[in-house]
Ligand binder design. Structure first.
Ligand code: 6R9
Length: 647
């Protein structure tokens, strides 16, 4: 078993690291014995406050009285912390190092330039009537203006809701309506892998159902022709030209909302995860500095999209709060060729590189040559996030990309957690391929069995966290009850993550993946219920059940069982139509990998679909289907097995 394999921390890494193992143990102990003392110290070290807090933490995980507050009464502004306070010392240092989709395109934006851009945009928003507490939707490609838009909202106390540019007009519409955004910031088109993404056209589609949106601010990225509604649409560059670069930051309370980010759960529509100002920023900054062992001047690159939480915390807020140089990449790992990541690392002398297992697996398939023709000597640290990394991919990342020279931090966390919770620290933690290893400071994980018993020592079960940390989400926007029910009902008094995990004899955590109906497809979170709803919208579909299936590159693929209405014939054309339907409703990342025609679905006598059986069939694990005697009609299972689709 690869569990036996342990990589020691190289001596040179220990020497330069902020935290070695002794310090980790000592600080961890302090952080859980005296959390308020620990976090008060960190909050002062990482963030500048215009007024101190009156209480470090104030919380209850009791479902009847659920509340989580950090640094109450403390005042600060996130954009001021990410920009203004760096101007004196590093005004002329690069803040955002942008690498375009086309390798010939790049640019450097200093802290001073970014500050001016953000202030101007904040004034544009104000002119369009945006006030503290208003929600603003950001639907953008990976260009610096996306980060500026987030920071401009933060500057005036508006709450941003970034929607990933890969989402369909339908998904965009749902998100705009749920949080009642009245302003959208977008671009004419995005560019990825030399292909154009019609962001403005998608926005136009979405907005036919959003009467409250009065302003769309459009960045000119490609200059191609787009439709224009003169009552509603304004050009970013024209507005900016009329704007002053002087904009005083709004003084915010630590618990004022900073952003909403929609994420998928096991049931219903995606929920608006709400993060607040003070605790989130402290947690983003401390985790970025200590987990990536960031030192002044390091070139740091997180390949996520700003549409996901990783982009929020580890491209924008964490790095900029720390005065770091953050690389932002517009393109894809395989354009113009499979060396692109490594070429960008050489071109910009990247020191810290953070990506997803799905990208590693896709590049691994291309062999070693595209990696080996580059130097990668600048690298000091590698990181992964988004899904469990299989030990083979970990070893390839370590040996081929890192030349067995640099540590890997496998960082486990979620949209809900705001920042990384379980991870190695490069100078402190011996690595085991495939394990996210140990909890970060102040984080108390535990493992529960299905009956609600807390397990001790070596064990496996469901992962919970038993007390809050400053970056934790505070509520589901507009639906606090859903927050309580989703995360605090399964195990009373604890935050339930939805993930399974194992703890080994060294206390290391091995995340095994979701135990609920959430899929993780190429690191993108999707609810099976969302895909099912998209399928049943088609007039020929009577019923649909969707499960995950193993996929060599994506981690999980999407396997759909579809029951057609009586009298409808299945066909290849209809299969294609259904695939299109899901892409149109959700977006290309939700493209089904397999559609199986299912005349019947395995249901209990009370009518509940037995997904356990469907998952096994999709995974081709046919010898261990478990108990099927409680099914209303056990014969449907044989039919499903016979007609299994190879995905
Ligand atoms: C940051 C992010 C969260 C889900 C999470 C888990 C999976 C993320 C992981 C990991 C194993 C890791 N996940 N990191 N699983 N090892 N290092 O990805 O947020 O999009 O909300 O997804 O992703 O299943 O519950 P989000």
């Amino acid at each position: 078993m690869s569990e036996e394999k342990i990589y020691d921390v190289p001596a040179d890494v220990v020497r330069r690291a902020h935290i070695d193992n002794g310090k980790y143990l000592e600080m961890y102990e302090r952080s859980v014995k005296d959390p308020d003392g620990f976090w008060a110290e960190q909050a002062r070290a990482f963030v500048t406050w215009s007024k101190p807090w009156s209480q470090v933490s104030n919380w209850s995980y009791d479902a009847k009285n659920l509340h989580i507050k950090w640094f109450e009464g403390g005042k600060l502004n996130v954009s001021w912390n990410c920009l203004d306070r760096h101007l004196e010392k590093r005004g002329n240092q690069t803040a955002i190092l942008w690498e375009g989709d086309d390798p010939r395109e790049d640019k450097k934006i200093t802290y001073r330039e970014l500050h001016a851009e953000v202030c101007k945009l904040a004034n544009v928003l104000k002119r369009r009537g945006v006030k503290k507490g208003d929600r603003v939707c950001i639907y953008m490609p990976m260009i610096p203006e996306a980060a500026a838009a987030m920071l401009a909202c933060a500057r005036i106390g508006a709450v941003h809701s970034v929607v990933f540019g890969g989402f369909s007009p339908e998904s965009l519409k749902d998100r705009i309506l749920d949080s009642d955004c009245r302003v959208v910031i977008t671009a004419d088109e995005g560019v990825r892998g030399a292909r154009k993404v019609p962001l403005k056209a998608n926005t136009d589609d979405a907005l036919t159902h959003c009467p409250n949106v009065h302003t769309v601010i459009v960045v000119r990225r490609t200059g191609d022709k787009i439709a224009w509604d003169a009552r509603r649409d304004v050009w970013y560059h024209e507005q900016m030209a009329q704007s002053s670069a002087d904009c005083a930051p709004e003084e915010m309370d630590a618990e004022d909302p900073l952003f909403i980010l929609y994420t998928s759960g096991s049931t219903g529509k995606p929920k608006g995860v709400l993060h607040t100002t003070g605790g989130y920023l402290v947690y983003a900054a401390i985790t970025h500095k200590l987990i990536f062992d960031y030192h002044d001047g390091d070139i740091y690159w997180c390949t996520a999209d700003v549409g996901w939480v990783t982009g929020h915390t580890y491209i924008v807020y964490g790095p900029l709060c720390n005065g770091a140089i953050t690389l932002m990449f517009e393109g894809v790992p395989t354009y113009p060729n499979a060396s692109r990541f490594w070429e960008v690392i050489d071109k910009h002398k990247v020191n810290i590189f953070y990506t997803a297992p799905t990208a590693i697996r896709a590049l691994m398939r291309e062999g070693e040559a595209p990696v080996k023709r580059t130097s990668r000597q600048s690298l000091k640290l590698l990181g992964t996030v988004g899904e469990p990394i299989n030990p083979e991919a970990w070893e390839w990342y370590y040996h081929v990309v890192g030349d067995a020279r640099v540590p890997i931090v496998d960082t486990w966390w979620q949209t809900e957690t705001g920042g990384i919770l379980i991870t190695p620290l490069p100078g402190a933690t011996r690595l085991k391929p495939g394990s996210a290893t140990r909890p970060f400071f102040g984080v108390m994980p535990a493992i529960m069995d299905d009956k609600g018993k807390l397990l001790e020592g070596e064990c496996s079960g469901n992962l919970v966290i038993t007390r809050p940390w400053p970056g934790q989400m505070r509520t589901v926007y507009g639906d606090h009850q859903r927050f309580v029910d989703t995360y605090f009902r399964t195990y009373p008094g604890m935050y339930f993550t939805g993930d399974g995990a194992r703890r080994d004899k060294d206390g290391y955590y091995w995340i095994t993946g979701r135990v609920d109906d959430v899929l993780n497809v190429s690191g993108h979170r999707l609810g099976t219920a969302e895909v099912e709803s998209a399928l049943v919208l088609h007039p020929t579909v009577a019923e649909a059940a969707v499960v995950g299936c193993p996929h060599a590159i994506k981690g999980q693929g999407i396997y759909c069982y579809v029951t057609l209405k009586v009298g409808v014939e299945s066909s290849e054309a209809l299969r294609k139509e259904l695939v299109q339907q899901v892409r149109k409703e959700i977006g290309p990342m939700a493209t089904p990998d397999a559609i199986q025609w299912a005349p019947g679905l395995p249901k209990t006598r009370s009518g509940k679909i037995m997904r356990r059986i469907l998952r096994k069939i999709a995974a081709n694990e046919l010898d261990n289907l478990g108990d099927t005697t409680t099914l209303a009609d056990p014969s449907v299972v044989d039919d499903l097995i016979r007609n299994r689709v190879r995905s």
